[in-house]
Design a binder for this molecule. Structure first.
Ligand code: MG
Ligand code: MG
Length: 248
């Protein structure tokens, strides 16, 4: 069941979204070669808590971090730890927060130092996928228009679109209906309605779309070991078009 949000609820979600955006801004400012993913996670948790919010991922189904931090071939759900971030890595950081019982959820992939042309193109393309998808968040369109926008652009660039993981509705729960796949036809899925709030999150692989989960039970990696990028915004459907709630 898709839960529609009132205007007041969307404003609370914007506060949760702003917390997440500021945490990602701080992470982007701080990230550098030699830092561990755990150091980055602590900084993110501090920024979230300093704004009076709660890190949504901490202890979610037993996840130990406040952020998911995934490097290079890691797609999503990387566990913060003693892995050292290196020059030329690309680092996907996914952050969630809770404010007054509502969730915000956003992710960005950061280049660390000088990255290869291929990795830079992957990051740009994934960011473009998200922008094109958000542009389809309009009343009267089907949810499939959002999904198809991601798939068409990513595949036109020669990339693989992850199938096993998808975006989601969001509100009083981090994961609500509907699922928001990054692939499909513009005619698929429910019609977009005012008050829906969607976490749209293209996960785009340089090579095959196939992924696997590591033995830690969390970290998802590309099946072929090539790089992956991830961008996500929490977006409300309004009468005036898309309203991105995860901006700083
Ligand atoms: Mg997320
Ligand atoms: Mg999400």
């Amino acid at each position: 069941m898709i839960v529609l949000k009132t205007r007041d609820e969307i404003e609370i979600m914007r506060r949760a979204g702003r917390v997440v955006a500021r945490a990602l801004d701080a992470a982007g400012d701080a990230i550098c070669p030699g830092m561990t993913t755990l150091e980055l996670d602590r900084l993110i948790e501090d920024v979230i808590r300093a704004q009076g919010a709660v890190p949504a991922f901490k202890n979610y189904r037993g996840f130990p971090g406040s952020a998911c931090i995934s490097i290079n071939e890691e797609v999503v759900h990387g566990i913060p730890g003693d892995r050292v971030i290196g020059e030329g890595d690309i680092v996907s950081i996914d952050v969630g927060s809770i404010v007054n019982d509502f969730y915000g959820d956003s992710a960005r992939t950061f280049p660390v130092g000088a990255v290869s042309k291929e990795k830079a193109r992957l990051i740009d393309s994934t960011q473009n996928c998200l922008a094109l998808a958000i542009d389809k968040v309009r009343i009267g369109f089907k949810l499939g228009a959002v999904s198809a926008a991601v798939q068409q652009y990513a595949e036109s660039r020669g990339y693989g679109v992850v199938r096993q993981l998808v975006g989601h509705g969001i509100g009083r729960q981090m994961h609500e209906d509907p699922q928001v796949p990054n692939f499909g036809s513009p005619e698929d899925g429910p019609e977009l309605e005012s008050g829906m709030v969607l976490a749209i999150e293209p996960m785009i692989n340089a090579g095959t779309h196939d992924v696997k989960t590591m033995t830690d039970g969390w970290t998802v990696v590309t099946a072929d070991g090539q790089a992956s990028a991830h961008f996500e915004h929490t977006v409300a459907v309004t009468d005036n078009g898309p309203d991105i709630l995860t901006l700083s």
